[in-house]
Design a protein around this ligand. Sequence first.
Ligand SMILES: Nc1nc2c(ncn2[C@@H]2O[C@H](COP(=O)(O)OP(=O)(O)OP(=O)(O)O)[C@@H](O)[C@H]2O)c(=O)[nH]1
Ligand SMILES: [Mg+2]
Length: 311
Amino acid sequence: MLHIAAESLKKGIFMETKTAFITIAGRTNAGKSSLLNALIGEKIAIISDKTQTTRTRITGLLNVEGTQLVFMDTPGLHKAKNKLSEYMLNSVKESASGVDVVLFVFDCTRRMGEQEKAMISNLINAKTPVVLVLNKIDLLDDKALLAKKLSDLCAEFDFDAVIPVSVIENDGVDLVLEQVLKYAAPSPHYFPDDKLTDRSETYLAAEMVREKLLMLLKDEVPHGIAVEIEKFAERDNKDILDVHVVIYCEKSSHKGIVIGKNGAMLKKIATMARRDLEDFFRIQVNLQCFVKVREDWRNRDGIIRSLGLGE
Ligand SMILES: Nc1nc2c(ncn2[C@@H]2O[C@H](COP(=O)(O)OP(=O)(O)OP(=O)(O)O)[C@@H](O)[C@H]2O)c(=O)[nH]1
Ligand SMILES: [Mg+2]
């Protein structure tokens, strides 16, 4: 009997499991998705130097010694200019309510805006613990300035903790992980322990293509783009994954830009995306991209919903 109990303990049957729900919020471009990827050790959320990269909540999962950490990366705070923006900002609000802690990511090279301040105040008033993650410290040469920013923000808000980090240099990410483990409470795990994200393979594939469009296109063009997967299927002999995507632009003038002279831009986008897809799915990929126009789709509810970007 004693022997069986010892064996069970070894297998973790009696081990108490814990869970923590963590929302990652902050202004657009602060480095939230970069932080999510660094925390879970896999690139599941796309990143770009453009604003409004993340459009919907994406969950990243990490298990640390019996504790399941459920990280929710959210769209960045920005001024809403269309219906899509309104959906994005709603999803931030919804994602930040009722969680165990909010990691508020702030780009320390900027001044904190009113929208960020309002969100932090609302969270603290609602008794949600807020941890300020002061990101991009690699860009600040003057460390005295960092100390001043830190003390000013701490005087203004009652943060649970403040952690200066550079996600890009993987500096301080371990401290963020250490901090979030403090909010874990005994609970069953809500997701299978081997799962990385709540998002489907087709969602991740479409995002990988959109990331390349954000990377290679300028001005308003990438913001008005949506990517939809039309086909995602392994061939019978399982050696090739066929991925067909439709790239929607909101103006016909943008379609020409996406395709480029003699198709050069589209070819570049497709080549970069295919490489990423092959790395992620570990299979040879045949990627076909089609470009279509959907006028002003960011203001059209039906299209926003059909693309999975609405409520
Ligand atoms: N220098 C520096 N750049 C960083 C750091 N972390 C992220 N970045 C860059 O900041 C830009 C924005 O990063 P994202 O992770 O996409 O930012 P985000 O907050 O998710 O942005 P949205 O999805 O638009 O809200 C990218 O160019 C990143 O490479 C950092 O620690 N230092
Ligand atoms: Mg993001």
